[in-house]
Design a protein around this ligand. Structure first.
Ligand SMILES: [Ca+2]
Length: 428
């Protein structure tokens, strides 16, 4: 276990650049885009703006409102302890605290489900009974959550990429964790985000329970042209927020239940690849973060039945440097919901969690998002649904931060593609 002072994690722009250039190990948007040749000169305005983002924009787009991007930099004043509580794991895609300081952690590539004990750093043997997955590229065992009645039912929900005839889908399944924690019993698939597509990118795959005991599932649009256009179609579960029961049935109050041409599980649409989801404890609203193309990663507040615009509009551009569609970034004038915030250049957002705890009072109701490339944890400060500050944490670790969790006792946990689990707490 290492214990280091927070001062080591202050900003090092040059190191971030080196890491960004070295860390690409996945295709598509998780890869480096340094060779695009589209980087614009930093304007005088940008250099005067004390934003957390110090790199030049990669697009020429202007935000719809001033607070929509490049928020002012803020700095945590609380003295923090940063510990690596576990290491040597694989890509640790999803986490859930199922008992105090004990986490279920998914391993994307090996499809293993592990138990990590935050108190002693121990890691269990793989839990038997997890599903078969397609683990090529971005696929594998993805997210994990527990049923609201877990203490009685011991039901665990998993998302994963599954082989079907014609390709792969994002799937949701559930099983019962045995009393000895050695196996997941009676595992069954309850939902498949059809249609299947012959590709291995953009599965989305986050799940979260709402207060009624139903699940929100996020998907991706499967990346390629033209399949990504299906994000706009209400007869496909690609590029959507989906709202289902614990049996995988559409929730009766869903916005398109009365529309015969639409799939009943759809809650919102026009998304690209949603990698993070949580409820904002200050408002109760569902927030998501979705991976943009080159720039244009979006933070969105989800409203039922609404269209978020992909791939018709975007604050990003293609990796080739070409414009998306007609090169229109503005959403609202085109009939779509504006992102509450976007990143230019990318923050490469992955899992996220609101800090719904008072252990570190200045963090209360802030949002923390894992960054894959650049490699940091983003802290977002929100007032009345406006992003008023941004901070980058753990910038010197050289890790791709895959998922974020806040424990019941207020520790911020971050898992990485390099197989580490970090714990951040207030120093004693
Ligand atoms: Ca959008």
């Amino acid at each position: 276990m290492t214990k280091v002072s927070w001062s080591r994690f202050m900003f090092s722009t040059s190191l971030i650049l080196v890491l960004a250039a070295c860390s690409s190990d996945e295709p598509s948007d998780e890869a480096s885009s340094d060779d695009s040749g589209t980087v614009t000169e930093e304007s005088a305005d940008d250099s005067a703006n004390e934003s957390a983002e110090t790199e030049p924009k990669v697009t020429e787009f202007e935000p719809a409102f001033p607070e929509q991007t490049r928020a002012p930099e803020v700095e945590t004043e609380t003295e923090l302890d940063v510990e690596v509580v576990a290491e040597g794991l694989g890509v640790s895609w999803g986490m859930e605290e199922f008992e105090p300081n004990r986490l279920l952690v998914t391993q994307r590539d090996s499809a293993e489900l592990l138990i990590v004990n935050l108190e002693d750093g121990s890691v269990s043997d793989p839990i038997e009974g997890t599903p078969e997955v397609n683990n090529e590229d971005q696929g594998g065992l993805l997210d994990v959550t527990i049923a609201p009645d877990f203490e009685e039912s011991r039901t665990v929900f998993l998302t994963f990429s599954q082989d079907l005839e014609g390709g792969t889908v994002t799937a949701v399944g559930k099983g019962v964790l045995s009393e000895d924690e050695a196996s997941l019993e009676d595992f069954e698939v309850i939902f498949q985000a059809t249609p299947a597509y012959d590709g291995t990118l953009h599965y989305g795959g986050r799940i979260i329970f709402d207060e009624d005991g139903n699940l929100f599932l996020t998907t991706g649009e499967r990346s390629d042209v033209p399949i990504r256009e299906r994000a706009q179609d209400l007869d496909a579960y690609l590029g959507k927020v989906i709202h289902i029961t614990q049996d995988g049935e559409p929730v009766e109050s869903n916005p398109f239940v009365e529309d015969e041409d639409a799939l009943d599980g759809i809650y919102s649409y026009g998304h690209r690849n949603i990698q993070g989801v949580d409820f904002n404890p200050a408002t109760g609203d569902l927030w998501i973060v979705e991976f943009g193309p080159q720039a244009g990663d979006e933070l969105n507040i989800i409203e039922p039945g609404s269209n978020y615009g992909w791939p018709i509009v975007s604050y990003g551009i293609e990796y080739s440097g070409e414009l998306i569609n007609d090169g229109i970034a503005e959403h609202e004038s085109q009939g779509f919901v504006e992102p509450v915030y976007y990143w230019d250049p990318t923050s490469a957002p992955s899992g996220m969690s609101f800090y719904d705890n008072d252990a570190i009072p200045e963090w209360e109701n802030n949002l923390f998002i894992g960054g894959l490339m650049p490699n940091y944890v983003v802290r977002v400060v929100i007032e009345d649904d406006i992003i008023v500050g941004e901070e980058r944490l753990l910038t010197d670790e050289g890790e791709r931060f895959r998922d974020i969790l806040v424990t019941e006792d207020g520790a911020l946990i971050a898992s990485t593609d390099g197989g580490k689990v970090y714990r951040v707490t207030a120093a004693d």
